[in-house]
Design a binder for this molecule. Sequence first.
Ligand SMILES: NC(=O)c1ccc[n+]([C@@H]2O[C@H](COP(=O)([O-])OP(=O)(O)OC[C@H]3O[C@@H](n4cnc5c(N)ncnc54)[C@H](OP(=O)(O)O)[C@@H]3O)[C@@H](O)[C@H]2O)c1
Length: 335
Amino acid sequence: MPTNRQLKLARRPEGRVSLDDFAVEEAAPPALEDGAVLARTRFLSVDPTNRVWMRDIPQYMPPVAIGEVMRSGGLAEVVESRVEGFAPGDLAFGMTGWQDYSLLRPGGALGLTKIPSGLGVAPEKFLGVCGANGVTAYAGMIEVADVGEGDTAVVTAAAGSVGSAAGQIAKLRGARVIGIAGGAEKARKLVEHYGFDAGVDYRAPDFREQLRAATPSGVDVLFENVGGEVMEAAIARMNPLGRIALSGMIAIYNGQGGTRYDWAPIMAKRLKVQGFNLIDCAELWPRAARELANWVREGKVLAEETIVDGLENAPEALNMLFDGANVGKLLVRVS
Ligand SMILES: NC(=O)c1ccc[n+]([C@@H]2O[C@H](COP(=O)([O-])OP(=O)(O)OC[C@H]3O[C@@H](n4cnc5c(N)ncnc54)[C@H](OP(=O)(O)O)[C@@H]3O)[C@@H](O)[C@H]2O)c1
């Protein structure tokens, strides 16, 4: 009889997350129900939003309750199925949670979805560049900001999973692209590896001067992942009638940082600001994922993964996103 290890939220973390914030329990795998598959988790997708879900604050989903298995997206293998079109051995995306076995059901953007085969792309890419992160980049750059030729686009957290995809998509659409990331090495990598036009280090003392030099004609599109001072510096460079695709604000997710933004520049420059979220992208997702997979296979979009082994290391892995210790998509290998 297999064992289902589960990490249940035991208390709400302050700042950094640790395994002590969770109760580690073992149970039998759940019994199969109609309309669901029983799936064994292979990889967990580690996402900044996991940290927000742990907090008891208003947000786009209910916070994870104390005593509940930590919510998470994951890549899982179907063990048993009562869903048409799904058979044992199939690989699927779903909200597995931080556990070995889960019941997954179709429905909505985050529901059970088969990982496409035959596209020449490794399955785990469908958690990152061909999955939630790439689709976020696609939605923000194309659907929200409608980036194109003649635009100068700035991407924050540009060396991460969403940001690196967003910048490369903007390049494919003909824009001039500047990425902002932490450290000279990441800033250089944006240019040398991902093909951005310039990389700017937000940790450098001359960050604002670097950004000004990299954007001599101002900024038309901002793909914002960070918030706080980095966002303020980018907005200060924006041209009148510019567009901001507000993807995320990682600087404030753990409750420790961030600033209150002064909206006057947005009014004065008549900027169009739109927040957006994957949970509204159920229709877009399959089309975007297929196009992203084609770009990845053709080498037009590059993506990397950082893999941490072991379910019990998921809490520490989450901290890596806030330390900038991940390169590309951060995954936890469970089995
Ligand atoms: N709207 C949506 O539906 C949606 C969906 C998925 C993700 N997102 C958002 O997209 C953003 C990126 O997510 P991801 O999964 O791709 O993570 P990621 O970019 O791969 O990793 C997070 C990165 O953020 C940077 N960072 C962390 N704290 C920071 C701070 N205080 N100031 C500046 N940079 C900081 C770090 O890079 P450095 O080394 O450069 O600091 C880190 O590597 C997040 O805001 C996330 O919430 C939105």
